[in-house]
Design a protein around this ligand. Structure first.
Ligand code: AMP
Length: 283
């Protein structure tokens, strides 16, 4: 496994793959890797002779009062996980490589990013779609791997790939969870012990919403009230950012629930923001 920092090294490695006729799978990450990321690397290594993982904490997707400065950085452990899961090249660029001085070119995907995380984190998805575009242009992957854990991001990036006619296949992999159901996240390590024990309130509330829907409730407001009550019951100290049902294709909020949809939520425990979702496929 090679670790490279510069675009020149990355491009020369990529050119060698092309000469050898080897397809490249790509897993973009912000580091602080866990088994959720590991599963994406394993999937890519299974489907492609070569796998690139990027580790880059992208400043443009963080708001001014968010956790950019304290975002966990664990490079040595990340490299070990990547090596063990079968990655071939780790791209660890400097900020200037992605954002040359005075860079001011942006990719804005529009409506899919308007609600949910897009509403509570202004500018977040513009930062995500811009950095992923730049990384796609640098890595030129045949396939790119993203997690269902960030469902709105995955939908938005699939749309971007179609809209911009990127010549690559998007692969969305299932959410990897702890044994109690908590979705793995780099941010889980911020949780105090007390908050960790309450963190499953989110997935329990989403499961409760799915259950009520499956029993026949289709009114989004009724379902939202019930899911909010479930979070408050299980984790009274949590503040709820959003809970609701989205159309799976465009992530617009549904007033009357119909499949395919995604039930999704975001809560805060202390300073830690947790997101999760459950996709409900076609009827
Ligand atoms: P991040 O490092 O948080 O930007 O995530 C990098 C990629 O890993 C994204 O495509 C995420 O959706 C994916 N990912 C993060 N957590 C999980 C998880 N628990 N299960 C599956 N994929 C995940």
């Amino acid at each position: 496994m090679e670790v490279v920092k510069t675009l020149r090294e990355l491009r020369s490695w990529r050119a060698d793959c092309r000469l050898r006729g080897e397809n490249v799978g790509f897993v973009p990450t912000m580091g602080a890797l866990h088994e959720g990321h590991g599963a994406l690397v394993v999937q890519s290594a299974k489907e492609n002779p070569r796998t690139v993982v990027s580790i880059f904490v992208n400043p443009t997707q963080f708001g001014p009062n968010e956790d950019l400065a304290r975002y966990p950085r664990t490079l040595e452990a990340d490299l070990k996980l990547c090596r063990e899961r079968g990655a071939n090249l780790i791209f660890v660029p400097e900020v200037e490589t992605l954002y040359p001085e005075a860079a001011d070119t942006w990719v804005d995907v529009g409506m899919v990013g308007n609600y949910w995380c897009g509403a509570s984190r202004p500018g977040h998805f513009r930062g995500v779609s811009t950095v992923v575009t730049k990384l796609f242009l640098m890595v030129e992957p045949n396939k790119a791997y993203f997690g269902q854990k960030d469902a709105q991001q995955a939908t938005l990036l699939c749309k971007m790939v179609r809209d911009l006619r990127f010549d690559l296949e998007m692969v969305i992999c299932p959410t990897i969870r702890e044994s109690d159901g908590l979705a793995m996240s780099s941010r889980n390590r911020y949780l105090s012990e007390a908050h960790r024990s309450k963190a499953t309130a989110l997935i329990r509330a989403l499961e409760f919403g799915v259950d009520l829907f499956q029993k026949g409730e289709t009114n989004a407001s009724v379902l939202e009230v019930s899911m909010r009550a479930k979070v408050s019951e299980l984790a009274p100290e949590a503040s709820i950012d959003y809970l609701g049902f989205a159309d799976s294709f465009n992530f617009q909020p549904l007033a009357v629930i119909k499949r395919p949809c995604t039930v999704l939520g975001a809560i805060r425990l202390g300073k830690t923001r947790l997101i999760d979702n459950i996709p409900l496929g076609g009827s």
